[in-house]
Design a protein around this ligand. Structure first.
Ligand code: GLN
Length: 490
């Protein structure tokens, strides 16, 4: 069983379907690991022992009676606690939502349950997904299984730590400016942020609605492909959700990189990349070249403005999205119901953490009457330019490669100011500004044994291209098979 735990979700699904392991056994094995190990790691905010066991038994019963089951049947998964789950507390990592038990199921969660995935619980995150280290979780610390002194990345830190430590087979995170890819990079996983509109945002607590996407964190490209097949697709409950048919993404994983052109540029992230990271990226590009891909220099001249553009637009959207948390309908309420204005103020003051308050203030500032043209409108114009840069580049190349982050996972407390923290996102933000799909995969380790992530960006709806490159790279290398020693994995 311990081998099965650290293997891929695809393998687990196969084993359950062929009845060589039962969904109940698999589920119990993961629950036991969580119960022994997660008090040290901090990746789960809630573990649904009872619900998970019930779901696993239902899968076993269906298989026993010969019913058709979905492709994730019996696979134990974890969900970032920004995804609304019916009957299961959903906190967004914030005190303001503590105790909120949603009366409805988010669309991706519904799809997952329908196809037999076993939901083990809800995973830690930076409060309202604002952060790059999980240090802004208002609930508890989440550590990196590769080194417990370091952050797992953020905001989907729990989603990355849990998969890496094999406390679930695969997880969902969300990515507004890098929150799937950067923690995937810090924890040595594949993280896939789909094209904006590829996956329904229904039941995703909104941070910045024109950026947010849900996507998988997984041990292999094939696992990410499997998860995307299940969660992608049209949804009338999300007006921005595409009706384009969902390909069988696992088929793309069978293809190789021969003849593909990979774009490279220094313009996206500046030059502040740690030596071991840039060395590993160069080596990975050489590997891809050896496997038959061509490298081509490209120019993305406006991506150097991605950081201020993103932090202006995302905070503007956040300030309006978070206005709904006022103590009236959900979670925390402070003060006297009779004094409404005062109740709003006291609830928001007590309920939101410092980073969330900073973002609300920044966003409100940017949207003030009289300043709209100077800030918000200008940033929207730059956003368009960045999207055009990519459009032009994708006439010449199939994917664009870069580091996912300028460094490997940093120590707790290492980023002293918000700006220092924001700079950790230089490579990931452009992708969300342009609405593109982006993937991070492990391409080596630094001299302290921390994983390094290679980022691949694709043209809109070209997730298959990213998965194809990642899968072929993983056929040629074995970085993705390494596991941290935490929890006795190696
Ligand atoms: N680190 C970025 C931020 O704090 C991105 C977060 C995310 O993708 N949710 O906004």
């Amino acid at each position: 069983m311990s081998d099965l735990i650290s293997t891929s979700a695809c393998e687990q699904a196969r084993r359950v379907a062929e009845k060589s392991v039962s969904a109940a056994e698999l589920c119990d094995a993961y629950l036991a690991r969580i119960d022994t190990l997660d008090s040290e790691l901090g990746s789960y905010l809630l573990v649904d022992h009872e619900g998970a066991r019930a779901q696993a038994s239902a899968v076993d019963a269906a298989i026993a009676s010969g019913d058709a089951v979905g492709p994730l049947a019996g696979v134990p998964i974890g969900l970032k606690d920004l995804l609304v789950t019916k009957g299961l507390e959903t906190t967004a990592g914030s005190k303001i939502l503590k105790g909120w038990v949603p009366p409805y199921e988010g669309e991706v969660v519904r799809k997952l349950r329908n196809c037999g995935a076993v939901v083990l619980g809800k995973l830690n995150l930076d409060e309202f997904a604002m952060g790059s280290s999980n240090e802004h979780s208002a609930v508890k610390l989440c550590k990196n299984p590769w080194d417990l002194e370091r952050v797992p990345g953020g905001s989907s830190g729990g989603s990355a730590a849990a998969v890496s430590a094999s406390l679930c087979a695969i997880s969902l995170g969300t990515d507004t400016g890098g929150s799937i890819r950067q923690p995937a990079s810090f924890c040595g996983l594949v993280g896939l942020k789909p094209t904006y509109g590829r996956v329904s945002r229904h039941g995703l607590i909104a941070y910045a609605s024109s950026f947010d996407q849900i996507g998988p964190l997984a041990k292999s490209a094939e696992d990410a492909a499997l998860m995307l097949e299940v969660i992608a697709g049209a949804d009338v409950q999300d007006a921005t959700c595409s009706t384009a048919p969902v390909p069988r993404y696992r088929d793309a994983c069978a293809q190789n990189v021969k003849g593909l052109t990979i774009g490279i540029t220094e313009e996206m992230g500046g030059h502040d990349v740690d030596g071991p990271v840039s060395d590993a990226i160069s080596a990975a590009l050489a590997d891809l070249e050896n496997a038959g891909a061509k490298l081509k220099r490209i120019s993305l001249p406006h991506t150097k403005y991605a950081l201020p553009t993103y932090y202006l637009l995302a905070t503007a959207e956040a300030s309006s999205n978070l206005a709904r948390f006022d103590g009236v309908r959900y979670g925390l309420r402070c003060g006297d119901d009779e004094a409404l204005e005062e109740m709003y103020g006291m609830t928001r003051d007590a309920g939101f953490g410092p980073e969330v308050k900073t973002r609300i203030m920044l966003g409100t500032f940017a949207l003030r009457a009289g300043y709209y043209d100077a800030y918000y409108k200008k940033a929207q114009q730059v956003r368009t330019r960045i999207a055009e840069d990519f459009q032009n580049a994708f006439f010449e190349v199939d994917v664009i490669a870069s580091p996912t982050a300028p460094t490997t996972a940093f120590a707790f407390g290492a980023k002293k100011t918000p700006i220092d923290m924001y700079k950790a996102d230089v490579f990931t933000l452009s992708c969300n500004l342009a609405g593109l799909p982006g993937l991070s995969m492990n391409c080596g380790f630094d001299n302290t044994g921390m994983p390094i992530g290679l980022q691949l960006l694709g043209a809109p709806m070209q997730e298959e291209m990213l998965l194809r490159c990642a899968a072929d790279y993983q056929r040629h290398t074995d970085w993705h098979t390494r596991r941290p020693s935490f929890g006795g994995q190696s």
